[in-house]
Write a protein that binds this ligand. Structure first.
Ligand SMILES: C[S@@+](CC[C@H](N)C(=O)[O-])C[C@H]1O[C@@H](n2cnc3c(N)ncnc32)[C@H](O)[C@@H]1O
Length: 303
């Protein structure tokens, strides 16, 4: 086979052939991509073969095992960090008008943003809670598997193009203030104000590991499970269910649902357009033991 031929077309190899490579990745890094979707695995591996002009997966495997930089480039491909402020504004509009007022009845509000990437969802929630006068009694935990995006999330930096997107999505999501109020300008870029940042804790959390938290009032896990196979989707669903308090809210991405999953009967679907679900009642026992240190989710706060 000519060099680069595999990567130039759709990857046509069996799962057995890439499972060894995924196993090597797990051994050499902390990342376990073995239960990511076949579509993503094929896409990432095809791309790497094309970029490096490797003849086949065996060559790619030798290269990543010999060179950590090549390994890091490969693992980065599995983590798609696309996000934006008030992404899918209709969902945020629903949350602003229907969910935030309900959260307002609670003495303290605990929110978990799962797979937060560069943090835009966390800042979007912080802004809505601030406008409802609830931010001071809220804590937003925002987690991701990738360290580099978490560092960016903590900086809270908005480039000009990100800010423009923020402005238009904010309005579509029912925002009525000036988005510029939330950002301090520094040259071309802006940075989210300290009042917002103070209520958000960014830390590492990997959904392929079994660590769960407890008693969240709302969990937002959007556009993360689309990259998982059915087994890991179900495992994630069980973990999220265990981490939500009774009557808590689950927000998923537009292409995601609890339907056909192990936890389907534990939720009611609140809105057909926005993928927002409410935990019906605590039925207990969904296969997760409480993590010994998780307590009230305090280890979430240590990142
Ligand atoms: C497409 S982004 C979604 C960002 C945001 N939730 C949104 O919808 O705009 C997916 C994020 O999931 C993260 N991710 C992938 N695998 C993960 C895992 N096993 N545990 C936690 N986060 C993961 C990626 O690093 C990435 O930042």
């Amino acid at each position: 086979m000519a060099i680069g031929q595999v990567g130039a077309t759709e990857l046509d190899v069996s799962p057995d052939e890439w499972s060894e490579l995924l196993h090597d990745i797990l051994q050499r890094t902390r990342y376990d991509f073995r239960n990511y979707s076949i579509r993503l695995i094929k896409r990432v591996l095809s791309r790497q073969l094309r970029i490096y002009q490797f003849a086949d997966l065996a060559c790619l495997r030798s290269a990543v095992c010999a060179n950590m930089e090549t390994m890091n480039k490969l693992t980065a491909g599995f983590m798609v960090h696309v996000t934006e402020m008030f992404r899918n504004p209709a969902t945020f509009r629903y949350i602003r008008h229907r969910i935030v007022p309900e959260l307002g009845h609670l003495p303290f509000i605990r929110i978990w943003i799962v797979g937060c990437a560069t943090g835009e969802e966390a800042y979007s929630f912080a802004i809505m809670l601030y406008e409802a006068g609830l931010l001071e009694r809220s804590r937003i935990y925002a987690t991701d598997i990738a360290l580099d995006v978490l560092a960016e999330a903590r900086r809270g930096c908005l480039t000009r193009s990100k800010f423009e997107r923020f402005e238009s999505n904010y309005r579509l999501a029912g925002g009525e203030r000036e988005p510029g109020e939330y950002v301090e300008r520094d040259g071309e870029n802006g940075y989210f104000r300290a009042e917002l940042r103070r209520r958000i804790t960014f830390s590492v959390h990997d959904l392929t590991a079994d660590v769960q938290f407890q008693d969240f009032d709302l969990i937002c896990c959007r556009n993360v499970m689309i990259y998982f196979n059915e087994e890991l989707k179900n495992k994630t669903h069980r973990l999220l269910l265990s981490s939500l308090r009774a009557s808590g809210f689950l927000v998923l991405g537009d292409k995601e649902t609890v339907k056909f999953s192990d936890v389907e009967t534990h939720y009611i679907h609140l809105d057909q357009q926005a993928k927002i679900f409410r935990k019906v009642e605590s039925k207990g026992g969904c296969g997760y033991e409480r993590h010994p240190e998780s307590g009230q989710g305090s280890e979430c706060a240590s990142g």
